[in-house]
Design a binder for this molecule. Structure first.
Ligand SMILES: [Zn+2]
Ligand SMILES: [Zn+2]
Length: 326
């Protein structure tokens, strides 16, 4: 098999030829059809997340077909499945026992603690893979598996907000905007200041307003979701939400949040973070995306161009999501 491997943090990924991995109990080997590139992959590569398995194959928006089945795994050979960030949980900690496996005390994440999908093949825990329809296009479906999932969980935590602000209009926001419009919400899109291309992209997805993140929206928001890893957006978003408004941080890593006056939080405004996903989130989102007819905007790269895809994401050169195909 071929894999793009991170040997040490902050280095470029290196193509390696490896023997095909054999699935253990409960596992399956997938032949990868497509794997999305997520901002979390950038945080792994840049060494911004603690204790990755090294060397590691990044990638946790995996669409593939089951090629080999380990003992006890219940997926059929040839089935198309999606493997997300959540690769395994302990099943018995207080979080797992209370329906909050996203907060498990001993989780394994694909592309971080288990080798992920920047490869021709990957072994995943079958119990954490989602069956995917034959009719799906693998490249179009890949961004649903993290950008879509985390976006959906963030939207649920944002609550019943009619006017919703999306800070950072990338892979996640372009999916969430479509879900919001379907739900009858009003979408306000915030991009890097001066990023007119992303603002135009947001308006093309029925955002009612688009502007730079230092701008005030045309009217106060009921909630905001921050997808960009920029701590200064927290006080900016608090300033943009009305009384009772919630600001949800959807990313796994963010630069430090600058001090801000209590008056920004006053009025029962709140700040929350979203961590990982539950499998229930995944089933919900995949069903909803099909019903809504979510259309992802993607740029496909060959597997060996993973470093270019990561660089394009880092520099904000993408519209929608980057997806690798082996
Ligand atoms: Zn657990
Ligand atoms: Zn992700």
């Amino acid at each position: 098999m071929r894999a793009m491997v991170l040997r040490r943090a902050s280095e470029k990924l290196v193509m390696e030829e490896r023997p095909e991995p054999q699935p253990g109990p409960g596992e399956v080997r997938l032949r990868v059809e497509a794997c999305g590139v997520c901002r979390t992959d950038l945080h792994v590569v840049d060494g911004e997340l603690p204790n990755p398995k090294l060397p590691i194959v990044p990638g946790h928006e995996i669409v593939g077909r089951v090629e080999a089945v380990g003992p006890g795994a219940t997926l059929a050979i040839g089935a198309r499945v999606g493997a997300p960030w959540l690769g395994h949980t302990c099943g018995h900690c207080r979080y797992c026992a209370s329906g909050r496996e996203n907060l498990c005390d001993a989780p394994l994440f694909n592309g971080y603690m288990r080798d992920g999908g920047f490869a021709s093949h990957v072994v995943v825990d079958a119990a954490y893979a989602f069956p995917l329809a034959e009719s799906l296009d693998p490249v179009a479906a890949a961004p649903l598996l993290c950008a879509g999932l985390i976006g959906w969980r963030s939207l649920k935590i944002a609550g019943e907000a009619e006017r919703i602000g999306l800070y950072g209009f990338g892979a996640a926001a372009h999916i969430v905007a479509q879900l919001c419009r379907w739900q009858g919400r009003r979408v306000f899109a915030f991009t890097r200041d001066g990023d007119l291309a992303s603002q135009k992209f947001a308006l093309s997805l029925d955002a009612e307003w688009a502007g730079g993140s230092s701008e005030a929206p045309a009217e106060p928001l009921d909630a905001a979701i921050i997808f960009a890893p920029v701590g200064a957006l927290v006080p900016a978003a608090l300033a943009a939400v009305a009384k009772g408004g919630r600001v949800v941080c959807g990313g796994i890593h963010m630069s430090d949040i600058p001090a801000f006056p209590y008056s920004l939080l006053w009025g029962e405004r709140s700040v929350a973070s979203v961590a990982n996903l539950t499998r229930a989130d995944g089933f919900e989102l995949l069903e909803l995306a099909a019903r809504v007819g979510v259309r992802t905007t993607t740029r496909a790269y060959p597997l060996e161009a993973a470093n270019e895809a990561l660089a394009d994401l880092r520099e904000g050169r993408l519209e929608g999501a980057a997806v690798l195909t082996p």
